[in-house]
Design a binder for this molecule. Structure first.
Ligand code: NAD
Length: 352
């Protein structure tokens, strides 16, 4: 099946990866419906499509089954990306559970009710926790460190259960860490690469939690969007799980050094205590996706970082206002759910 001239819904389509997926689907000649509550996504991410009548954007909450069932009428295929993020789950795990798990169930139910032909569930490498084996194959013991990781794993199991029950053809994609244009840089959503870039441009020290030896398998976001499309198109992928990654691990300290070189910055490094529940090693095995599609994401880290630096240089200047939006350990300023305060009223469970 080719994704061309199809009616395709993208939950979370105003987000970082979702907006690149929308670019890719429109470029391939599809009609695209974005369902997003804009909790972390933004219309700015879709501004390049303003006036394109093939794109419809609906504000909606994926926990609202009745609304989803109206919106998915006539939709051929669904990419389910909407979620709440890992750092929110350190302080407000209940909402993360509700959106990522109950919300996923509602998306699956609405898809069945509306006769959707195929659904791609976008999971996350965070279901693994710190890699027990390296590189991580799709089948291995899962040990999520956070409610985010656990909720993404529940979503995978629900989606695959729908497939196995014969209710809905599903493929599960498990992206590893993405980076590139439009990546979140501010507040609790701020990710390491854009934060490093902005700090380097400003000549401020780059904040590293722990010693920087943590590794990630960084994938350039447009490649991820392309592989999500190709996975949904593949008949052989249905009912299976695929890592979407390059199969290369890079340490956070190494990323910092590369960004300092690329930006010509004289910034130093500022080491803070390790982040609570931080995953220490993530390195994906890309063998399965390469065997299915003939290749895996492959854009080298230096080229991807150079493109990302160029985008941030053009779009997010290191003004005092922007730098102030990148306070270190931003999740610590989030109001914790009351039970997290514990009996003595002090935050509990390694969150301090
Ligand atoms: N960014 C990464 O490195 C990465 C890595 C692995 C997996 N993923 C997965 O990719 C997907 C997209 O992640 P992202 O990085 O683009 O995050 P993002 O926060 O930019 O995108 C999530 C989108 O979902 C929307 N959303 C949140 N709650 C919603 C709700 N209740 N109803 C409707 N919309 C809602 C947000 O507004 C946002 O637009 C997620 O499923 C995530 O688990 C991301």
């Amino acid at each position: 099946m080719k994704l061309h001239d199809k009616r395709v819904a993208v939950t979370g389509g105003a987000g970082f990866i979702g907006s690149h997926l929308v670019d890719r689907l429109l470029a391939a000649g599809n009609l695209v419906l974005v369902v997003d509550d804009f909790s972390t996504g933004s219309l700015d991410n879709l501004a390049q499509h303003q006036g394109d009548e093939r794109l419809r954007v609906e504000r909606g909450d994926i926990r609202d089954l009745a609304q989803l069932t109206k919106l998915f009428q006539g939709v051929d295929h669904v990419f389910h990306l909407a979620c709440r993020n890992v750092r929110l789950s350190l302080r407000q795990p209940t909402v993360v559970h509700e959106v990522n798990t109950s919300g996923t169930l509602a998306v699956l139910e609405a898809a069945v009710a509306c006769g959707v032909k195929r659904l791609l569930y976008c999971s996350s490498s965070e279901i693994n926790g710190t890699a027990a084996v390296a590189p991580l194959p799709e089948e291995c013991p899962f040990r999520p460190e956070t409610i985010y990781g656990a909720s993404k794993l529940a979503g995978e199991y629900y989606a695959l259960a729908f497939h196995r029950a014969g209710w809905l053809p599903v493929v599960v994609a498990r992206p590893h860490n993405n980076y590139g244009p439009r990546e979140h840089w501010a507040g609790i959503c701020g990710e390491v690469i854009p934060r490093f870039i902005l700090k380097a441009m400003a000549g401020q020290p780059l904040t590293i939690y722990g010693d920087g030896s943590q590794t990630r398998d960084f994938t350039y976001v447009t490649e991820t969007a392309d592989y999500l499309v190709r996975l949904l198109e593949s008949d052989a992928a249905l009912g299976n799980v695929y890592n979407v990654c390059r199969g290369q691990e890079v340490s956070i300290a190494d990323i910092a050094r590369r960004i300092l070189t690329l930006t010509g910055s004289a910034s130093g490094l500022d080491h803070l205590p390790q982040r609570p529940s931080d995953v220490l090693r993530l390195w994906g095995d890309a063998t399965r996706i390469a065997a299915l599609l003939g290749s895996a994401p492959s854009l080298g880290i230096d080229e991807g970082l150079a493109r990302t630096v160029a985008w941030f240089t053009a779009h997010v200047p290191p003004t005092p206002e922007n730098l102030a939006r990148m306070t270190a350990s931003a999740w610590e300023n989030l109001e914790p759910e009351p039970w997290l305060l514990g009996p003595a009223g002090t935050t509990t469970g390694g969150q301090s």
